[in-house]
Design a protein around this ligand. Structure first.
Ligand code: SAM
Length: 374
């Protein structure tokens, strides 16, 4: 499977971090998903207080600038009293805006697998009027649980990849700019880490991973160098991996096209967090939860994700599939969705200048038409 990185290159330190944020990633099996109680305004506030009453303090430490925020709001068009599912809560940037729109009569269901996001949720819940509920879990599992509970929503949205909080928490090992243990787990309770992949996967499998999820042209050489180096001593940290990658690359590749480790780090992150499988499972589940007229939106940061969102929505919007030579439709298929924009929605030049992470973002969305079989 081939993949195109949609983001533009940049490799100075600050740019590199923005770059890293833009370069999305994947998962692994997690233990102990979290709270799945019914929404409650009082409950959310109590949880926030129990979490340390972070309120303004937590807000002040927020580090993630929501991407395409105005455009997402336009697309979702949240109305007072509606129910929204934020599948990738992160720092709550988008969720805060949606919560303000749906107001006291609305319900916001937030999902994230990262405990740090859960803490941010507690702070937001303490400040918001709407009913709020957090599910700490992979979004595929969380959406399946919501479907099993018979939940319905007016909108569901994904802002894919990692948050600035994750990149900037050095010890989590997402960044090639800081030395840290090779980790990259969004859910720290999960077993699989980047270190394990680099230590245990055979050379061919690592090369395949770098090719498939990073579109790394030098995948074979990098995997060979990893195998050679780990035979002498384990590769334990991000900078040891960067050094190994640098050693494998020919000189021109080390100085062109962004940071030399960017593609490999993205590929590892995608594998560690099983991002693509999660997305493939989650899109139909999120769609199934929508009421008639409900909107599904996805913000992607690389083509592997964008292609999945695009294909899924196009499939929902597809009508008759009869061969063109048939004079009348016999399949009876009618579109289940209306695409909100034919092409992807991209950030303005101003947004990219203010937030380089937004550079590779693409948003797509569709509205659910009359429910099939309804
Ligand atoms: C780009 S951030 C979202 C930022 C958020 N929209 C905001 O405005 O603050 C993506 C978040 O999605 C979470 N995430 C990524 N994949 C996930 C998955 N499969 N299940 C649950 N959460 C996931 C990450 O932990 C991260 O916090």
């Amino acid at each position: 499977m081939s993949m195109t990185l949609l983001d533009s290159a940049g490799c100075a330190s600050a740019e590199a971090r923005a770059d890293e944020r833009a370069a999305n990633a994947p998962h692994g099996a997690r233990r102990g998903s979290g709270q799945e109680g019914r929404p409650s305004r009082a409950g959310a506030s109590a949880r926030a207080r129990a979490a340390g009453g972070r309120g303004e303090g937590e807000r002040a430490r927020s580090s993630h600038t929501p991407v395409l925020a105005r455009e997402l709001l336009e697309l979702l068009d949240p109305q007072p009293g509606q129910t929204a599912i934020d599948c990738t809560f992160g720092d709550g940037g988008h969720a805060r805006l949606v919560a303000e729109r749906i107001g006291a009569g609305g319900t916001l269901i937030a999902i994230d697998r990262d405990p740090l996001a859960e803490r941010r949720f507690a702070a937001l819940a303490a400040q918001s009027a709407c009913a709020m509920r957090f599910i700490r879990s992979g979004y595929a599992e969380a959406l399946a649980a919501l479907a099993a509970q018979g939940e319905r929503a007016d909108m569901a949205y994904f802002d894919l990849g990692m948050s600035s909080m994750q990149v900037d928490t050095r010890e989590r090992g997402f960044s090639y700019s800081y030395d840290a243990p090779l980790d990259m787990r969004m859910d720290p309770a999960q077993e699989l880490t980047a270190r394990e992949i680099v230590a245990d996967w055979d050379e061919r499998r690592i090369a395949q991973l770098l090719r498939d999820y990073g579109e790394e042209r030098h995948a074979g050489a990098i995997a060979r160098e990893i195998a050679r180096r780990r035979a002498q001593a384990p590769i334990e940290t991000t900078l040891e991996l960067v050094e190994t990658i640098n050693r494998a690359l020919p000189a021109p590749a080390r100085f062109a096209g962004g940071h030399p480790a960017k593609r490999s780090f993205q590929a590892l992150r995608i594998a560690v967090n099983d991002e693509l499988d999660q997305l493939d499972r989650a899109l139909p589940l999120a769609w199934g939860l929508l009421r008639e007229g409900g909107v599904l939106a996805g913000i992607s940061f690389h083509s592997l994700e964008d292609r999945r969102v695009k294909r899924f929505l196009a499939e929902q919007a597809r009508g008759c599939v009869c061969p063109p030579e048939l004079p009348v439709c016999v399949c009876g298929r009618v579109p289940a969705a209306e695409l909100i924009a034919r092409r992807s929605i991209v950030p303005s030049a101003e947004e990219i200048a203010a937030n380089p992470r937004a550079g590779s973002a693409r948003m797509r969305g569709a509205r659910k038409l009359e429910e099939q079989g309804a």
